[in-house]
Write a protein that binds this ligand. Structure first.
Ligand code: H79
Length: 485
């Protein structure tokens, strides 16, 4: 389509610029953000790996640890300064030292003997997840793998789970995931509240913050020891646990620029000497070692032009909570579609229960996602963004080959439609020839091409589709493949 000598793409570009410059009310126009803060990795193999990453779309993230036993907030209750929110569930003591001692002692009753790594990997695969990111160590310092550099771990004799054949949980889970063809991500916390070179005396008797308890400029050798310990742990993960796709380093407040230089870049370089294509997430940094954006509990308002992954909990918390409120299957399908239309991945977090099993309501929702993906996955996996990426209840994606999809997110009670209009899809310099419903393979009848002057879609025509007899609307969302002439 050409208007006054301008192509559709040129007009869209003009519209985007105008909307930025004049702050017009351009709610319907979603434009890609140029974020000059993203620094691409230098290595070609990592760049290629990021294309793999962009194709995966759905990650099962799991936070599991000592906090899961009590169903309290993960690690954060140890931070005195954060107790106003993180100790909301800690009603049995107000004594800071008392609480810290009780928390640290939980390693003596961590025994998730129903943690079935193969079962979880099989479930994740069946439900359409493509990679699994697991807490090898959260901020509390308790390792779910057999680290040589601490005794605070699942495999130490004072942990009852140590006698279990799967005591090295990271090993059994990563192996099970790879056997299913799933990628693996190692969540690892830079801060370690159980290391006395981070929190002296484990922070007992100190009003702790999330930072070291001492001034690292005054005791550089102590800080250097802590950094060496961190490097050792990262290297043992990349050396002894098979191919790891993503090293996910949390604790973004420990920043080089703010004086807490841990030498993470050198650590990642050393890790890449073992695994050259390792994707590095160094939260809080904006350099070549922060390979993907990681919005937490949020979705960007518009597409980002670099690889990213929103990490979002299936309920309220990262770790397991008794009496959790779960997001509905509809919300989760819509969330995934919205994230993918904006060019991102969804890392959906589920916290295993104290016995190691996944909570039933979480499994049901994962299965609902899987059922939807088994019918509509072509509109999701390996897709890239389209501009605009959304319009009201519609989301748009395209295959790398160029084939486009339009996905209608149905609200509750929006059932029994006979027809609906897909906005925008004509006018990308092409004319729509055929529209196929992904779930059934049914051809849609293209009744009318409409064009509303004065509205945002005036520059791009929409198509009215009529559902064939016997058409069964999906409960959550329907994807349509668009063929152009
Ligand atoms: O591992 C998970 C979290 O424990 C960790 N990152 C994810 C993946 C994390 N990093 N930083 N934080 C958690 C701090 C979070 C602070 C917040 Fe709040 C809690 C933001 C909202 C709730 C405190 C209370 C600050 C605002 C309100």
């Amino acid at each position: 389509m050409v208007i006054k000598g301008k192509t559709y793409a040129q007009l869209m570009a003009l519209l985007c610029l105008t909307s930025i410059a004049c702050s017009l009310n351009a709610q319907h126009v979603v434009h890609a953000t140029r974020n000059d803060k993203y620094v691409a990795p230098k290595s070609k193999v990592v760049q290629d790996k990021l294309e793999w990453f962009r194709d995966q779309k759905l990650c099962l993230m799991m936070h599991f640890g000592l906090y899961s036993i009590l169903g309290i907030t993960e690690s954060w209750p140890l931070v005195t300064a954060d107790s106003f929110w993180a100790r909301a569930d800690v009603e049995w003591t107000k004594d800071d030292a008392d609480f810290k001692k009780q928390y640290y002692a939980l390693n003596r009753c961590f025994n998730p003997i129903r943690f079935d790594a193969k079962g979880i990997a099989g479930l994740a695969k069946r439900c359409g997840f493509r990679y699994v990111t697991f807490t090898t160590k959260h901020h509390d310092g308790f390792c779910l793998y057999d680290s040589k550099f601490t005794d605070y771990k699942t495999t130490a004799p004072d942990c009852p789970y140590s006698t279990n054949p799967n005591a090295d949980m990271v090993k059994s889970l990563f192996e099970a995931c790879r056997a299913q063809g799933l990628g693996v991500g190692a969540y690892f916390s830079k801060p370690d509240f159980h290391h006395t070179d981070f929190w002296e005396n484990f922070g007992i008797g100190t009003a702790t913050s999330r930072y070291p308890t001492y001034d690292i400029r005054k005791q550089p050798e102590k800080w250097a020891r802590f950094c060496e310990f961190t490097k050792n742990q990262i290297l043992e993960l990349v050396s002894g646990y098979g191919p790891i796709d993503i090293m996910w380093l949390d604790g973004g407040w420990l920043k080089k620029e703010k004086g807490h230089d841990m030498g993470i870049g050198e650590m990642i370089d050393a890790a890449r000497a073992v695994q050259p294509d390792l994707i590095s997430v160094n939260r809080g940094s904006k350099d070549e070692y922060m390979n993907i954006g990681t919005p937490e509990q949020s979705v960007p308002g518009e597409p980002l032009d670099y690889p990213w992954e929103s990490c979002i909990t299936i309920g309220g918390g990262w770790g397991y909570h008794f009496d959790e409120t779960y997001k509905s299957s509809r919300e989760l399908v819509h969330l995934l579609v919205d994230v993918v239309a904006k060019g991102g991945n969804l890392a959906l977090n589920v916290g295993p229960m104290p016995d190691g099993r996944l909570p039933r309501p979480a499994v049901e929702r994962m299965e609902a996602l899987g059922a939807w993906l088994s019918k509509n996955g072509k509109a999701i996996y390996s897709t890239r963004t389209v501009t605009p990426c959304s319009y009201k209840q519609w989301r748009f994606t395209r295959e790398r080959s160029g084939r486009e999809y339009a996905i209608r997110l149905w609200r509750e009670h929006e059932q029994g439609f006979l027809c609906t209009a897909i906005p925008y899809i004509e006018g990308r310099n092409r004319v729509v020839k055929r529209i196929v419903h992904m779930a059934s393979g049914a051809d849609m009848e293209i009744k009318t091409i409409y064009d509303r002057p004065g509205s945002p879609e005036a520059i791009a025509k929409g198509v009215l589709i009529t559902f064939p007899a016997g058409f069964r609307q999906d409960e959550y969302a329907d994807a349509f493949a668009i063929e152009y002439e």
